[in-house]
Write a protein that binds this ligand. Structure first.
Ligand SMILES: Cc1ncc(C[n+]2csc(CCOP(=O)(O)OP(=O)(O)O)c2C)c(N)n1
Length: 576
């Protein structure tokens, strides 16, 4: 047997650690390691841009709960990856980015940049295979850091170490199992103090975030809510956690429905369960009533009180803490109807976004008085109301769906009007607020959940920023729906600067034919100007359900009415 190089050993070690899917852009600096990982059984997806590769791996990791893996070339391959790296790092996605790197002595190499410093600057953890003898332990350490600390790790693979024959010492290192990680139990005295506050509350609200999703805390939180008379809501990333619960209000924050906003602001106690209560989740504090007490549960002590003062913080796993609180309250004999009356359930059932009249109130922006504008939003002016588009999509999609959303003005429409069955059906890459990540995140998520119909909801700006990935989509033939909310503009900027009388020519563009773009890259394509045009989409969904193996991706170019302006946008721009 020929002696393996360290690059091959690294690939095999990663496979032995359980890495089973890699997304990448392959150059000479990451070819061998990627080849070895694939030869050892991992699936491979070639992206067309490194940020897309990292974002695919990020979304795959978010949906599967496993460590995601991306593979990039050194130098420009790594710098291209930075935006995706920052999004993943800010989201605490367990992710390994395998990065070729120049040899220590190659100080004049064209490819040389300080990759470790860049990783740190993006919020990621730099790791390195230091020597042939330590390479395997270096890989194991990097993987543990990603898996156990939930960090985004850039593992630098210097070319000279990669090319060295595998050292006997390295080859002898056994790959240890990760082992079982115990849930962090909350301290008993803290449980008592928090239970007392909960018992004193008349109208509590529980706002669950990513920590609740990771802890699989739906059941314990629903039980606690029932016991205390609480309503339930989620941060945007945890959307879907309480799907179907009659006292679930949906997303708290800018996307909150009127009934959700009204009830949350009325609560006299807000329990942030694995949610950071940042300005988005609280609408800059407006969704937390002036006299309300705030409790926060998080495994990470650093998260407690990070965004706003809290009356009491408790460090613990959200599920374990909710269970302990329920036990304590039952021991006290506590019961409270709180918000949980038939009237409130009825108000919630009829108060969601899809029940709101589609008023033109939001369309008062003078910046949008455009020749294409369609006054009543029914598409007669050749433009569909984005809310109508989203509602019809909600009605047409199968229950088993996964919605991945890019950034931009349009992003509230799919988030507010299209329900998802659980948080694994929702991918929202907004930690870095970059446009252009939505298509790649949808592709990664589609690999994670092939049983679901994945929908990529994009703006035209974000879609064009990632246009290379339309080729990836066509090449892979993923049976996915791409919906472009196409206003031929950077709508977020149009609606922010237009009312101030700014000329908008620098943020408006000629219309792009996304259906044709999709067809050129091997997808199917449909143009939607009117609600009736969605019949084509409905046919595609039915055909996919009948013959999933024959379905091709479909790009829907929805020419949306630019006079429909989201109310949450002006609020959001307070923080841009
Ligand atoms: C990488 C990046 N560049 C620029 C921005 C600033 N920005 C925020 S929203 C937006 C416009 C997005 O346009 P589009 O995707 O068409 O969505 P729309 O706002 O029109 O709904 C821009 C340029 C950003 N967030 N990220």
């Amino acid at each position: 047997m020929t002696a393996a190089t360290i690059a091959e050993t690294v690939g095999r070690t990663l496979a032995a650690l359980g890495c089973r899917q890699v997304f990448g852009v392959v150059g000479s600096g990451n070819f061998v390691v990627t080849r070895a990982l694939v030869d050892a059984g991992a699936g491979f997806v070639a992206a067309r841009h490194e940020t897309a590769a990292v974002t695919m791996a990020d979304a795959w990791a978010r949906v599967t709960g496993e460590v995601g893996v991306a593979s990039v070339h050194q130098g420009p391959g790594f710098t291209n990856a930075l935006t995706g790296l920052a999004e993943a790092a800010k989201s605490r996605t367990p992710l390994l980015v395998l990065a070729g790197d120049t040899s220590a002595a190659a100080v004049r190499s064209n490819f040389r940049v300080d990759q470790a410093a860049m990783a740190v600057a993006a919020g990621a953890v730099p790791e390195r295979i230091h020597t042939p003898a330590t390479a395997v332990t270096d890989v194991i350490r990097a993987h543990r850091r990603a898996a156990l600390d939930r960090r985004t790790v850039a593992l630098m693979l210097p070319l000279d170490v990669q090319g060295a024959p595998t050292d006997a010492a390295a080859a002898a290192v056994a790959v240890p199992p990760l082992g079982l990680i115990a849930r962090t139990q909350p301290p008993p005295d803290a449980v008592e103090a928090v239970a007392n506050l909960l018992a004193a509350a008349r109208f509590p609200a529980i706002v669950a975030g990513r920590g609740a999703v990771l802890a699989d805390a739906r059941g314990p939180l629903e039980d606690l809510a029932e016991l205390t008379g609480a309503v339930l809501a989620t941060s945007a990333v945890a959307n879907g956690l309480f799907a179907g619960n009659p006292f679930a209000l949906g997303i708290s924050g800018g996307f909150a429905s009127p009934v959700a906003a009204r009830l949350l602001a009325r609560a006299d106690l807000v329990v942030a369960a694995g949610a950071s209560l940042n300005m988005w989740t609280t609408r800059h504090g407006a969704l937390v009533g002036p006299g309300a007490k705030v409790l926060q549960i998080d495994t990470d002590v650093d998260a407690i009180g990070a965004h706003r003062p809290v009356d009491l913080g408790i460090v613990g796993d959200v599920a374990a803490t909710a269970e302990a609180l329920a036990v304590a309250l039952r021991q006290q004999g506590h019961t409270n109807t709180g918000f949980r009356t038939d009237d409130t359930a009825a108000a919630i059932a009829t108060g969601g976004w899809r029940h709101q009249p589609l008023t033109a109130a939001a369309a008062s922006n003078p910046a949008t008085t455009d020749d294409n504008a369609d006054a009543d939003g029914d598409g007669e002016g050749g433009r569909i109301d984005p809310r109508v588009l989203s509602i019809r999509l909600h009605e047409m999609l199968p229950a088993e769906r996964l919605v991945a959303i890019d950034s931009g003005h349009f992003m509230g429409w799919p988030a507010m009007y299209i329900d998802v069955p659980d948080p694994h059906g929702f991918v929202f890459t907004q930690a870095f607020q970059s446009i252009g990540l939505g298509l790649a995140s949808a592709i990664g998520a589609a690999f994670a959940r092939p049983d679901r119909l994945t929908v990529a909801a994009l703006g035209d700006g974000g879609a064009l920023m990632a246009a290379g990935e339309i080729e990836t989509l066509g090449r892979l033939g993923l049976p996915m729906l791409v919906v472009v909310y196409n206003d031929a503009a950077y709508g977020a900027e149009v609606h922010h600067f237009g009312p101030h009388g700014e000329p908008l020519d620098i943020v408006r563009f000629p219309d792009t034919d996304f259906a044709a773009l999709g067809r050129a890259a091997g997808t199917e394509g449909v143009t939607v100007r009117h609600v009736d045009d969605l019949a084509e989409v409905e046919r595609w969904i039915a055909a996919r359900a009948e013959h999933p193996d024959r379905a091709r991706p479909l790009v829907v170019d929805a020419k949306v009415d630019p006079t429909v302006v989201a109310e949450w946008l002006s609020e959001a721009f307070r923080a841009h």
